[in-house]
Design a protein around this ligand. Sequence first.
Ligand code: NAD
Ligand code: TDX
Length: 329
Amino acid sequence: MLVTGGAGFIGSNFVHHVLDHTDDTITVLDAMTYAGNAASLEGLPTERFRLVKGSVCDAALVDELVAAHDITVHFAAESHNDNSLNDPSPFVQTNIVGTYELLQAVRRHEKRYHHISTDEVYGDLELDDPERFTENTPYNPSSPYSSTKAGSDLLVRAWVRSFGVQATLSNCSNNYGPRQHVEKFIPRQITNVIDGIRPKLYGTGENVRDWIHVDDHNAAVLRILEAGRIGETYLIGADGEKNNLEVIELILTLMGQPSNAYDHVNDRPGHDMRYAIDSTKLRTELGWAPRFSDFESGLSDTIEWYRSNEDWWRPMKQATEAKYAKTGQ
Ligand code: NAD
Ligand code: TDX
């Protein structure tokens, strides 16, 4: 397998999972941006694992690697909405041009391809909307990040239809778990509390995210690789809707702090109100079900991981908070 973005949060958990549970061999292609962390790939069996440092936008490198593997799973992306508001340029390059280069290579070499995407391509829902996103919801992305992910999804669909590329797609809701960069909501608050900094809530905190444990996401991806129908999109979600205020209060309580010991900070421009996934298709067609159905216990384990792995996150913490300080967040 070729796994792009395998030094990032979801990709590295995917690599560990596959190497732990199968006999497969994996090559990771990762540009090792600020979000790529070699420490996330430590201790893997060297005879079954290799890390190639390079960009998915490098057509020659992508061609060579795609040709040499049976399957490409494409996780690599610029992934943070706040960064996309400050500088959209790398999002257009990596998310759109990088996907284009991979698609051209899998097309030339007639290889199987799986595209990792997000529920954010569907835009957002009102808090009281009884509907959730399905595979038929029209695309309506809000941010530079989500619009470049939407663009990449549409390239995949077009390459399937026009060129017969053997691709599947998945759009997942918000992931949490070990090895997530401290710029993201949950690890930022956990590491803030460890450092004696008050957690930071954007705006009113009413915004809802549909949380799923990263291992449940990756188990769904493996199931799609095994049995997904070519050309199809599968939504991945674990019925984990929570508003940001609830999550921040739960983190504080689980970490032994008063539940109101957080600060309200500037809201994110264009902040999506609510995401919610209906994963009926994945569950009924492929028999997938989430294993981490108890958010509080998954969150406790995640807090424990950050407490026990300070060496992993400490090098990125100060620069991340300095970036947030510039936008009053
Ligand atoms: P991440 O930011 O933690 O990791 C991204 C990885 O991609 C990093 O290792 C980075 O070095 C690498 N990368 C960036 N640009 C590259 C390039 N040009 N060439 C090669 N590698 C490059 O992101 P993540 O949270 O692990 O997200 C992985 C994928 O899952 C993304 O496609 C994202 O859109 C999608 N997704 C994420 C979530 C979530 O909650 N985090 C939810 C749904 C979908
Ligand atoms: O300090 C914070 N305070 C806060 O209130 C941060 C960093 C975030 N937030 C809010 C914004 C969102 O409503 O928390 C929510 C989650 O924020 P992020 O972790 O930045 O995630 P989000 O913007 O929802 O996008 C994530 O899920 C979908 C991933 O980063 C994307 O890659 C994925 O596609």
